[in-house]
Design a protein around this ligand. Structure first.
Ligand code: ADP
Length: 251
């Protein structure tokens, strides 16, 4: 018994050390780049052309954004792992929330076309609206960043009458995910390393966060993909007046 506990402790310690090492690496890469370009600007300002200066400042800004995104994701992971995180459930219409997320993502991916197809008279779903929007933004953001400029992103919302569930899918025309990588993409810090993904920024936490949040809200997430295009589908139960959480909200 004592041996089992010791093994478990060693495993946890190792996981903790791996986590610190990955985070440190993820922090060091953009920080080194920011310091390098700031140094060059400070030391050789007059020797470099205005175009070069602007290029360096853009790199500093991009790398700072990368750091901010990483820190935000790490905070989300840490909150998700502590049991103290409060979920604020509400019965809500998915459509305006999804539309709002599309508007937010569109600001960054101006050339993509977001094509929506929603069933009529959809049931409400019982979710934490902030977390639901975080899920949708992650999926829409990935669909846009892993697909070419000007391509289409299809967002479908349909009802499954048999089990009163709502299926929300986000389909892209992008680089796709190979069969062997499909099982890895939901792991913490998992990024697919290929010539196509290397140029695209990310920290491999988005889908881990997405899956954890979906499952915390009793939903399911799945993915279908191949050589071209991917479809991510999340399924949530339609809100039912008998839902325990809903009953508590009303009390
Ligand atoms: P990242 O910050 O790297 O985008 P994610 O956790 O969101 O992290 O995704 C993990 C990996 O899954 C990505 O690095 C990418 O290789 C792959 N991936 C996610 N979404 C898509 C998509 N829509 N099309 C192709 N590859 C994707």
């Amino acid at each position: 018994m004592a041996k089992v506990n010791e093994d478990k402790t060693n495993e946890l310690e190792q996981a903790h050390l791996d986590f610190i090492s990955t985070v440190s690496h993820e922090l060091r890469t953009p920080l080194t780049s920011i310091r390098g370009f700031a140094d060059t600007l400070l030391l050789s300002y007059d020797k470099i052309s205005p175009e070069q200066r602007e290029k360096f400042l853009h790199i500093i800004k991009d790398q700072s954004n990368r750091l901010i995104k990483l820190v935000e994701n790490l905070l989300t992971v840490s909150k998700m792992q502590s049991d103290k995180e409060l979920m604020v459930y509400k019965a809500v219409d998915a459509v305006p929330l999804v539309d709002n997320c599309i508007q937010i993502v569109k600001l960054q991916y101006k050339t993509h076309n977001y094509i929506c197809n929603y069933d009529k008279n959809l049931p409400k779903i019982l979710v934490d609206t902030d977390k639901f929007q975080q899920i949708m933004i992650n999926l829409l953001d990935n669909a846009s960043k892993y697909s070419p400029e000007g391509s289409n992103v299809y967002v479908n919302i349909s009802q499954n009458y048999e089990d009163n569930t709502l299926n929300i899918s986000v389909k892209d025309e992008g680089i796709g995910i190979s069969e062997e990588n499909l099982s890895k993409i939901f792991n913490k810090f998992s990024r697919i390393d290929s010539p196509l993904t290397r140029k695209i920024q990310g920290n491999g936490l988005g889908l881990y966060i997405t899956k954890t949040l979906v499952e915390k809200m009793n939903g399911k997430i799945s993915v279908q993909s191949g050589e071209k295009g991917s479809v991510f589908t999340v399924v949530f139960h339609g809100a039912n007046p008998d839902d325990e959480v809903l009953k508590k909200i009303k009390e």
